[in-house]
Structures are given as structure tokens and as C-alpha cells.
Write a protein that binds this ligand. Structure first.
Ligand SMILES: *Cc1c(COP(=O)(O)O)cnc(C)c1O
Length: 392
């Protein structure tokens, strides 16, 4: 009989946990040592070698969540992104990246690659032809992010993995927005999966961390660079992250439901011009999203009707906070033009279709009725103000 695979919530709760052999406690003990024996041991342990007991335990859980052979935990999402990309590059190499990218990754590429002698091309769109057009003889990596930030565009995982194999390239995905609950790119043949664990893995807006999941062979160069760059995470935070991931499955499923409900509410609202959410049938990549995602995620964006002031709307919300970052149990909104995509500049934003008034919405786990009520009272407030302004 084929061994039954564990369900996601069981993996979140148990996989990789450490036994408390001293006291038989129910949860993984925390080992804060930075100094371990070097004699008569199978392994020389040190935090910056990513092999303390807690680091190893959490890596096993993350590998299982992403259906990967192995995983590593980093001090931030950007430590994972930078190490994961640079591990496969030398001076003279070229990288193809999708044009819709996390602001920090865009900044890494556009400010650091030149001086390392690495060239890069951003695609003009997200079809496989757009990627293929940019491939050169010295291309080493295809880098994607799906769903993307902030417009939730979808890139074809199966198509990208086939393209990478055709040209002998390494395919890397930033899977942060989907989380491992909704999307497992390795099942589609993507080589390297990166997460900002600050987001859905942490889930409570109180941990900064990153992760990479891949094959043992591809992890080798990543590990070799990582120990030199030194982007390891404190064991205390590793332990907190293990605790946080225990509830990731149930958190993200609630966030998926809330997002679907609020996206439908906003799409039908007379004061809303457009909603970007891959779960809506009106989303241009809805069919592709259905093919490669098991849930549509807790992130969306929307634009208000042009006469309305998006900043005033955000400020009129009560418990839905205007705040940076995403994926916490609390719902938050932000303006990409003022935050995540500020460094990109107005021209590039306009090219990508990121309107100045665009509102990005990260759904928490609050009750749907309360989220709708908060939105509704904010719409009422700003439409009253608008009437006050337009009445002479
Ligand atoms: C936040 C984020 C990152 C960077 O993660 P940090 O933990 O802030 O370093 C990378 N990619 C995406 C999609 C993100 O949302």
C-alpha cells in the first residue's frame, strides 16, 4: 500500500518537530547555543552554518510544505532572494526576470547587478513568448513571482518550467504571495522556491525571515554562498516561526475565504472601478490560476472610481489599518505607489498599470461581516465628503 501523505495541517503542526528528551514537553525545545562540541560529532553545528537543531527542524517542515528535498531558513526574505539568485551567477551571466516583481527584488537587480558584471532583462509581459524573447546565450536564470505584487498577475508555472528545461536554465520563483498552502511550484517543475517568511509563514506581523526550498543538488551552491554572506536567522526567531507555521494552514484558508468574499463585494460596489483578484472570473488569468493554485490567496488590489480620494478612503477605515507589509492575521491596506513600489518611479509604475490611487488589500482572519461593515462605513464617509466638496 502506498504510504498516505500527511495533510497540510498535520505537516504544519508536526513535521520536523524536535523531541524534548529532557522533560517530555509537547513542543520543540529551543536550543540557543552558538557553541557546540567539535569532537566525536557527526556534524559541526553553528548558527551561520544553518545547522542548529532548531534551524534543521524548521527546514524539514518547510521542505515538506513545498514538496522539496530540502530547505534553508534565512534572516529575511531578501536574504533568501539575494542568496538564491546570486548562488547561480558569475560575472558575464544574464538573468531574465518578469517585469512585475517585489520592489526590493527589483531594486536588488537594478542597483547591484551592473557592478557584479551580471546583465538582466525584464520581460514586457507574462506570456511564455515574452520570456523566451529575452533569453540569450549567457542566460542562467528565469526569475518569476506569481501571483505578483500588487496587481496579482499570474505567470504560467508549467510553461516557465518547460522553457527553463529547454534552454538549460534554472527557474526560480518567489512564492510569497501564494504561500505553500495555495501553490507548490516544485510540482510544476520549478527548480527553486523562495519565500519571505515575514509574510504568511510568520503570519502575525512580528517576525522577519526568509526561506528557500529546492533539490539537494541545487541547494549546495546556495548553502556555499549563504555561509559566506551570513544571512542566518536567530534560533529564537526560528523557534517562533515554527510555532507560527503550525496555524498557517487554517490562517491562509480563512484568508482565502475572506479575500474571495471581499473581492466579490468590492467588484459589485458602485464606487469601485476595478478589482484585481485571481479568484474572480473577471480576472484575466483566472483559468490559469485555477490550474496551478489550490486557493487564490489573501491578497488583492482595487481602484476606486476616479472622483474618489483613495488616501481619504484608507484613512476612513476603522480597524482595517493602513500599514506596510502583508499577510498578518489583521487586515491591512496600503498604497503601492507610496510604499512597495515607490523606488520604481512614476514612469515604470504607469507602464505596469499601477495607478497612484491603487489600494492593495491584505486580508486577515477577521469575520467577513465586520470587514464589509468597515469598508461600507468608509465608502459612506468619503462619498459624503465628495458631495460636500462638489456642492457650491
Ligand atoms: C516582503 C517580500 C519580500 C522580501 O521579504 P523581507 O522578509 O521583507 O526581506 C520578497 N518578496 C515578496 C513577494 C514579498 O512580499
Amino acid at each position: 500500500m502506498k504510504k498516505r501523505e500527511l495533510g497540510i495541517n498535520t505537516i504544519c503542526t508536526h513535521t520536523g518537530e524536535l523531541k524534548d528528551t529532557s522533560f517530555n514537553g509537547a513542543v520543540s525545545p529551543l536550543h540557543m547555543s552558538t557553541s557546540y562540541a567539535f569532537e566525536d560529532v557527526d556534524k559541526k553545528r553553528y548558527p551561520r552554518y544553518f545547522n542548529t537543531p532548531n534551524q534543521e527542524a524548521l527546514s524539514i517542515k518547510i521542505a515538506a510544505l513545498e514538496h522539496a528535498e530540502t530547505a534553508m531558513i534565512f534572516g529575511s526574505g531578501m536574504a533568501a532572494v539575494s542568496t538564491g539568485i546570486l548562488a547561480f551567477l558569475s560575472s558575464g551571466d544574464h538573468v531574465v526576470l518578469q517585469n512585475m516583481l517585489y520592489g526590493g527584488t527589483y531594486n536588488l537587480v537594478t542597483t547591484q547587478f551592473d557592478k557584479m558584471g551580471v546583465s538582466y532583462s525584464f520581460t514586457d509581459g507574462l506570456s511564455i513568448v515574452d520570456f523566451e524573447d529575452k533569453i540569450r546565450e549567457n542566460t542562467k536564470i528565469i526569475y518569476i513571482e506569481t501571483p505578483s505584487n500588487p496587481l496579482l498577475t499570474i505567470t504560467d508555472l508549467d510553461g516557465i518550467s518547460k522553457l527553463a528545461k529547454k534552454y538549460g536554465l534554472i527557474s526560480i520563483i518567489d512564492n510569497t504571495f501564494a504561500s505553500p498552502v495555495n501553490q507548490n511550484p516544485i510540482d510544476f517543475g520549478i527548480d527553486v522556491v523562495i519565500h519571505s517568511a515575514t509574510k504568511y509563514m510568520g503570519g502575525h506581523s512580528d517576525i522577519c525571515a526568509g526561506a528557500i526550498a529546492t533539490s539537494k543538488a541545487l541547494m549546495e551552491p546556495i548553502f556555499q554562498l549563504a555561509i559566506n554572506l551570513g544571512g542566518s536567522l536567530s534560533d529564537y526567531t526560528v523557534w517562533l516561526l515554527e510555532r507560527s507555521i503550525k496555524t498557517m494552514g487554517i490562517r491562509v484558508k480563512t484568508q482565502n475565504e475572506n479575500a474571495m468574499c471581499l473581492a466579490t463585494y468590492l467588484e459589485n460596489h458602485s464606487l469601485v472601478k476595478k478589482v484585481y483578484y485571481p479568484g474572480l472570473t473577471s480576472h484575466e488569468d483566472h483559468e490559469l490560476a485555477k490550474k496551478q493554485m489550490s486557493g487564490f490567496g489573501g491578497m488583492m488590489s482595487f481602484e476606486l472610481e476616479e472622483t474618489l480620494d483613495a488616501a481619504a478612503f484608507r484613512k476612513a477605515l476603522n480597524f482595517i489599518k493602513s500599514s506596510m507589509s502583508l499577510a498578518g492575521v489583521e487586515s491591512t491596506v496600503l498604497s503601492p505607489a507610496m510604499t512597495s513600489h515607490a523606488l520604481m518611479g512614476a514612469e515604470e509604475r504607469a507602464k505596469q498599470g499601477i495607478a497612484d490611487g491603487l489600494i492593495r488589500f491584505s486580508l486577515g482572519i477577521e469575520d467577513k461581516e465586520d470587514l464589509i461593515a468597515d469598508m461600507e462605513q468608509a465608502f459612506e464617509k468619503i462619498s459624503k465628503n465628495e458631495m460636500a466638496i462638489s456642492t457650491p
